[in-house]
Structure formats: structure tokens, C-alpha cells
Design a protein around this ligand. Structure first.
Ligand SMILES: CC(C)(COP(=O)(O)OP(=O)(O)OC[C@H]1O[C@@H](n2cnc3c(N)ncnc32)[C@H](O)[C@@H]1OP(=O)(O)O)[C@@H](O)C(=O)NCCC(=O)NCCS
Length: 158
């Protein structure tokens, strides 16, 4: 599927909110907001994200301009990290891989890091397809699971 990245618009947030409340995605991502359905918290967080000069955040669209998700790079220069979220109905069509590839072109600094719940096989595959390699393991409390889960840490060196 063809994808494009563009600047985030106010009207996109409604779609991101719905996507980030899809139960299957929330469970998969694991490390989510404490209560993804808290709209005030969501909007406060997105206001901070969009105002933060250290964040490169883009809306991911399909070839016709439909919003399919978002992708971002955040964090201080020595700890740049990527994250992404694609709406359930678009999964399995290469969207996340294409979006991350494009994002990495927009944000060329290296190394860049990523982390995924150890059982988030989709996200792990996306990272590997984009050249990230496993650089460590961690364990942390995952709001969406209500317990600690294993995490895999990734690094993209070039
Ligand atoms: C993880 C996620 C981004 C994958 O998005 P996607 O657009 O479906 O990914 P792609 O289509 O680019 O898939 C890339 C690869 O992962 C594989 N894959 C995708 N979902 C998978 C799954 N649930 N289990 C195993 N493999 C999976 C695909 O088969 C593909 O591999 P291939 O090219 O070798 O066939 C998407 O499911 C999502 O947004 N989930 C919720 C949020 C989240 O987990 N974000 C990441 C937080 S670390």
C-alpha cells in the first residue's frame, strides 16, 4: 500500500484517539497511556508532543489522503527513539514498514533507538525490516497489561 507522511493537523487527533483505543492495538503496544480512553489526558499529551521541538511527528496517510496512523521520533539527541501506530483496518499491508522507512529519511540522525514488548511480533518485524538490530532487553510495567512485561530494545546505527 502506498503511504505518505505529512504534518499533523488538528483534525487528525480525533482519528489517532480512535486508533489508539482499539483494544487489539492497545494490548499489542502494551506500553500505553495509563487510560487511553481519557480524552483530556490524550489531548494534553498531544499538545505537548506537537509543541516539543525535539519531536518529529507525522500523520501517515494512504495514497488518497486517508489517515492510516502516525509515526514519530522523539527524545534528546543522544537518545532518539521511534514510535508508530497504525489503525487496525490497515494492518498487514506494509504501512508501518513504509512509514518508518520514510520517517527515518526525515530524521537522519543516528543512532536511533526503539523498544517493543517482546510479544509484539508485528512491531519487531517492522523494526528489523528497517534495519534495526536487537541491542538489549528490559522489563517494565505495561499499563495495557496491568503487569510487568519483557521488552526488546533495538538500535539503528546507520
Ligand atoms: C505493529 C504495527 C505497527 C504493524 O503495522 P503494519 O502496518 O501491520 O506492519 P507491516 O504491514 O509493515 O508489517 C511488517 C511485517 O510485520 C509482520 N507482522 C505484522 N503484524 C504482525 C503480527 N501481529 N504478528 C506477526 N507478524 C506481523 C508482517 O507480516 C510483515 O512482515 P513481512 O513483510 O515479512 O511479511 C501495528 O500492528 C500497530 O500499529 N499496532 C499497535 C501499535 C503498536 O504496537 N505500535 C508499536 C509499539 S512498539
Amino acid at each position: 500500500m502506498e503511504v505518505a507522511l505529512r504534518e499533523v493537523r488538528d483534525a487528525d487527533l480525533r482519528v489517532f484517539f480512535a486508533q489508539m483505543n482499539e483494544p487489539e492495538g492497545v494490548r499489542m503496544a502494551a506500553f500505553t497511556a495509563e487510560d487511553p480512553s481519557d480524552s483530556a489526558d490524550f489531548h494534553a499529551r498531544w499538545t505537548r508532543i506537537r509543541q516539543n521541538p525535539e519531536v518529529v511527528v507525522r500523520t501517515v496517510t494512504d495514497g488518497r489522503g486517508e489517515i492510516v496512523g502516525h509515526a514519530s521520533v522523539f527524545g534528546p539527541p543522544e537518545e532518539r527513539e521511534v514510535t508508530y501506530w497504525i489503525g487496525r483496518q490497515y494492518w498487514g499491508r506494509g504501512v508501518a514498514s513504509a512509514a518508518l522507512r520514510e520517517l527515518l529519511r526525515l530524521a537522519p540522525e543516528r543512532p536511533v533507538f526503539a523498544r517493543a514488548a517482546a510479544d509484539n511480533l508485528g512491531s519487531i518485524r517492522v523494526l528489523e525490516k528497517c534495519g534495526f538490530v536487537v541491542s538489549g532487553h528490559d522489563r517494565g510495567f505495561a499499563n495495557a497489561r496491568g503487569e510487568e512485561v519483557d521488552e526488546v530494545l533495538f538500535t539503528l546505527r546507520r
